[in-house]
Write a protein that binds this ligand. Structure first.
Ligand SMILES: C[S@@+](CC[C@H](N)C(=O)[O-])C[C@H]1O[C@@H](n2cnc3c(N)ncnc32)[C@H](O)[C@@H]1O
Length: 263
């Protein structure tokens, strides 16, 4: 069981409520949280929320940001409809489809798909990650509204992050496409794993994907197709052979097609 603490006295009033569902103790500073044996600390300051772990310390904290950083770059210079993800999901043909992102993670793929035009619900079962996602979503929305950035407001309004275990909670709705990116690749000793990946690995290391039930729920929730992201040479998910593949340099997308996408 991981021990999570929070430091939130400096948090923006409009965002602080996002921390309420989390059952974690509040500390005045990082050092005190360490003395009380926390493995992770959520650092809320102004409109930023970061996650630090005890090993790497406060400076190496992980943050999800839909307004600045790499996703801002992606917004202005990203590959749009021609990237492999867009082709696999079918956004190159119809950008306005509905998508269930069954494993939200850091929300990057969700953001890219919503950016192209999809309306999307994204499930994340880890409660700390959901808090980071929902905070980042609301914070970016507030900034985009203040900047009168209509385009970004619309992108963010097409996305919704939910605290949900996709394998356990059967979806009452169907989606044109279900997208599944189940596991961060195994940590390799030789590779220089980025610090944020180290934090994520530590946060999620006790999780084992139940491939059978995830596959069953996802294929049932998909009207047109299920798309599963895999490391390039990994075996097929849940031992199910896909009908099609979109292959990139390091990852591939396996496609399980039920019917054509809506026009
Ligand atoms: C590889 S990450 C997804 C990365 C994501 N595609 C992105 O762009 O940031 C996998 C995520 O799925 C979550 N996850 C795994 N099984 C899940 C399930 N059954 N329901 C919801 N989320 C799940 C994990 O907690 C983890 O955060």
């Amino acid at each position: 069981m991981k021990r999570i603490g929070q430091i939130s006295s400096q948090a923006s009033a409009s965002l602080k409520a996002q921390l309420t569902p989390l059952s974690c103790s509040t500390f005045p500073n990082f050092e005190t949280a360490m003395e009380f044996g926390c493995d992770f600390v959520l650092l809320a300051e102004g409109n930023r929320l970061r996650l630090a772990n005890s090993e790497l310390g406060e400076k190496a904290a992980l943050e999800i940001d839909f307004f600045e950083g790499s996703l801002r770059h992606r917004r202005h210079f990203g590959g749009g409809r021609n990237q492999d993800l867009a082709k696999a999901v079918g956004l190159n043909r119809n950008p306005k489809i509905s998508i269930l992102d069954a494993t939200a993670g850091l929300g990057r793929d969700s953001f890219v798909m919503a950016l192209i035009g999809a309306t999307l619900k994204a499930n994340e079962k880890n409660e700390v990650l959901v808090t980071l996602l929902q905070w980042a979503h609301l914070s970016a929305l507030e900034k985009a509204q203040a900047d009168q950035d209509r385009e970004l407001v619309e992108v963010l309004e097409r996305m919704r992050f939910r605290h949900r275990d996709t394998a356990l909670d059967h979806e009452s709705d169907q989606f044109d496409v279900v997208y599944l990116d189940p596991m961060f690749p195994e940590r390799q000793k030789t590779a220089k794993v980025k610090k944020e990946m180290q934090i994520l690995h530590q946060l999620l290391c006790e999780d084992q994907a139940d491939e059978e039930s995830l596959f069953a729920v996802c294929i049932a929730a998909a009207r047109s197709r299920l798309v599963i992201k895999r490391p390039l040479r990994a075996p097929a998910f849940a031992d199910r052979s896909p009908q099609h593949q979109v292959r990139g340099k390091t990852v591939r997308y396996d496609l399980y097609v039920k019917q054509a996408l809506p026009e």
